[in-house]
Design a protein around this ligand. Structure first.
Ligand code: ADP
Ligand code: MG
Length: 702
């Protein structure tokens, strides 16, 4: 039966068809339910009424009650013109000052009438006053505005202009709570409510909008956050357990000659973390279930080698593999990098990118179909329809955050008989809470150890004033045989401007580091592929001393001889991105340096970020800090667009405890009742199908 909560928002008194369109467009509010679950993002405490004699300049927002004793308009036209009204209570007088809407305020205010005034005290001409306070008649029957905690709702300029202000939102919520009282049904089973001592849904909704007191407000928040995170986890875990029960995986039991021969060719000892991850993958390969694994490992931790060794296991069992990278430069490097390891083993690898010539392409097609090619490296060119394998058994996606979910899905479909095992790799250390939400249905492996002998990277914050000194330092490094990265920001919105910065920067560099003594390569997105490859090769082979580039294309590039990374306009990068860039150096055994160039003036937050970069090299610590400072939607390298679902009330950075708790509860329920068939869990199935309807793109959760 349709619930009143599903009614279209235009039918809510005070909305109507025009505002309904606006509410949907601006805030995605389509139904009564959507409005009811638009939760305040903060509260104003109007429980206390202060006496005027108590007021101090240091106070934040306060509420007063008094009579207007005088109204004056001071000054002529222009910015000096203002209205000053004196408010008096039994303890004193304070001036209320209005620069805007002078006429409107003047018409509204009545002398000797009692008002409730709300605002922030400031000092002007050595006396206290309040500029642009909210002001309401004290006589008005106004339950939302006097003596309560007042919710403040997310809104937009357009919505405010349409006449829906914060008070109007509060009125909508009040109407809905009354009208829909009977339709608000509990959404969590009784046994969870009892066990977790959660506030019932009705009370929670009432108190999230109109809190009776602080204690019950926090109970309401707790309950709603728990519910939100619980259903998200329940949905992810249910999919995961479904797949584990049904998705048969290709059995790959053998460890054979390919693996053993190549293993001997590796010029170094694998780290324990690498060995552990290979074991984890192997146990998936032999489990009979399809593998879906996320491999997290800091930059330079050696993920490529792990991927290669797993691909060799697949080859030993007669299956093909593919390894997909986000850029040609990277795909190239992967391909070339495995050369000395597969040499003499009989493994045949190929490279397929956008610039692969037609003839070569045909040869690859043939090799893939007749099974002579064991491992295919490439960019997203390798998921094109025309690319067909004879028996793809293992697919790797490197720097997975650079690919969309559809691209992952396309890879899966490359073997129609049976889904290939999938390993997605990321160098962005994703904080646990975020990983649980984004990849709740994947298994996670972590390489938490760098190869031995890596020196720490000394990170320095510098401004224009130090540039000359930095250049001479770079020249010293070059004389010592080392190479240098110089990176410019590239941010979508202002691509042309960024490109100009890069170009100007490049000109300055070749002016300062003159040829033929110095060779400078340059790589950016607007170059032709062959020029890009040429310059990249120039640097990778050691013939160029300096590589000037933008940030985006260089993810994952490995030039162990590079010892200095200079990042221009470092304040424009996020922490995780800075960390990734920094990881390009420090791969050799000599000391390395990262120089963060910024403008002279920095916001407090930018300063914090730069300081943190200088003080730690721990990717997880930086990722956690990034999540705290910028919020999950902004996290570099997870999903540029933010989460697949809008979290309405929880905050992943702050509510990790609740998330973990919710996940545990969900996981226990599914263990006992994987299909949620028990009568007491039927309410959960309803909840899940509601979630499915609300999520914008359900396929994105996974
Ligand atoms: P990432 O995890 O960032 O992709 P790479 O796979 O590019 O890291 O590895 C970085 C460098 O470390 C490469 O030059 C690789 O050959 C080297 N490497 C990988 N594993 C080890 C190891 N166990 N010991 C020493 N060097 C290693
Ligand atoms: Mg890599």
């Amino acid at each position: 039966m349709p619930s009143m909560l599903d009614s279209e928002i235009k039918f809510l008194p005070g909305v109507g068809p025009k505002r309904a369109v606006l509410l949907e467009k601006e805030l995605n509010i389509k139904s009564f339910r959507d409005m009811l679950t638009l939760f305040p993002f903060r509260y104003i405490d109007r429980t206390k009424i202060y006496s005027i004699s108590e007021i101090e300049a240091s106070m934040s927002y306060i509420q007063l009650r008094g009579k207007i004793t005088r109204i004056n308009v001071i000054g002529e036209k222009g910015p000096a013109k203002r209205l000053v009204a004196s408010l008096a209570d039994s303890t004193g007088v304070i001036d209320l000052v209005f620069f805007k809407g002078v006429k409107w305020v003047k018409d509204k205010l009545r002398l000797n009438t009692e008002y409730i005034v709300f605002g922030k005290p400031t000092v002007f001409n050595q006396s206290l006053n309040i500029v642009h306070p909210e002001i309401d008649p004290a006589t008005e029957e106004n339950p939302f505005y006097v003596g309560n905690m007042i919710g403040v709702y997310t809104s937009t300029e357009k919505i405010r202009n349409s006449g829906i202000g914060n008070k109007q939102f509060a009125r909508f919520e009040a109407t809905l709570l009354k009208q829909c009282h009977e339709s608000i049904r509990e959404t969590l089973p009784g046994y969870i409510m009892e066990n977790k001592k959660l506030l019932p849904l009705r009370d929670s909704l009432q108190n999230i909008h109109f809190p009776a007191d602080l204690k019950i407000l926090s109970q309401a928040q707790m309950r709603l956050k728990f519910e939100e995170l619980f259903y998200l986890q329940l949905s992810l875990l249910k999919q995961k357990s479904f797949r584990q029960r049904t998705a048969k995986g290709i059995l790959m039991n053998k460890v054979g000659d390919y693996f053993n021969t190549c293993f001997k060719n590796i010029p170094f000892e694998l780290t324990n973390a690498q060995k552990r991850v290979i074991k984890e993958v192997r146990s998936d390969f032999t489990s009979g279930k399809q593998m879906n694994r996320l491999l997290q490992g800091d930059v330079g931790s050696g993920k490529t080698m792990v991927a290669l060794l797993c691909a060799l296991l697949a080859a030993d069992n007669g299956y093909q593999s593919c390894i997909m990278a986000p850029t040609e430069v990277l795909a190239n490097q992967h391909f070339k990098g495995v050369d000395n390891i597969i040499k003499g083993s009989g493994i045949k690898a190929a490279l397929l990118t956008g610039s692969t010539k037609a003839k070569e392409r045909r040869a690859i097609s043939e090799g893939l179909l007749n099974g002579t090619i064991n491992i295919l490296f490439g960019t997203h060119a390798l998921i094109e329809e025309s690319v067909q394998f004879s028996n793809l058994g293992f697919a790797v996606i490197d720097e997975q955050h650079r690919f969309g979910v559809e691209q992952r899905a396309k890879l899966w479909s490359k073997n129609e008989a049976m889904l290939p095992h999938v390993l997605v790799m990321t160098a962005t250390p994703i904080p646990r809470t975020l990983a649980m939400t984004l990849y709740g249905d994947l298994d996670i492996s972590v390489i938490d150890e760098l190869p031995p002998g890596r020196k720490s990277i000394q990170t320095i914050h510098a401004t224009e004033a130090q540039r000359t000194r930095i250049y001479s330092f770079m020249k010293e490094q070059i004389r010592a045989g080392r190479q240098i990265f110089i990176v410019y920001p590239l941010i979508k919105e202002s691509e042309t401007m960024d490109f100009k910065n890069l170009n100007d920067g490049y000109m300055n560099i070749i002016e300062e580091f003159k040829a033929p003594e110095y060779v400078t390569a340059v790589v950016h997105g607007q170059q032709k592929n062959e020029n890009k490859a040429y310059d990249m090769e120039l640097f990778a082979s050691g013939r160029a001393n300096i590589l000037v580039s933008t940030s985006v294309i260089e993810v994952g590039v490995d030039v162990p001889n590079a010892s200095v990374m200079m990042i221009e306009s470092a304040e424009r990068f996020g922490l995780s991105q800075l960390h990734q860039l920094r990881g390009r150096v420090g791969r050799g055994t000599d000391s390395s340096y990262c120089i963060l160039m910024t403008g002279h003036k920095l916001t407090k937050e930018s300063k914090q970020r730069i300081d943190l970069m200088c003080s730690t090299q721990d990717g997880f610590e930086l990722a956690e800090a990034d999540l705290r400072m910028r919020g999950p939607g902004d996290i570099e390298g997870t999903m540029q667009s933010g989460l697949p679902v809008d979290l309405k009330i929880s905050n992943l950075a702050k509510d990790s405890q609740i998330l973990e708790d919710a996940r545990n509860v969900a996981s226990r329920i599914l263990e006992e009742d994987p299909l949620l068939e028990q009568p007491r869990n039927s309410i959960l199935l309803e909840g899940l199908s509601r979630l499915k309807r609300e999520v914008k793109d359900y396929s994105q959760i996974s």
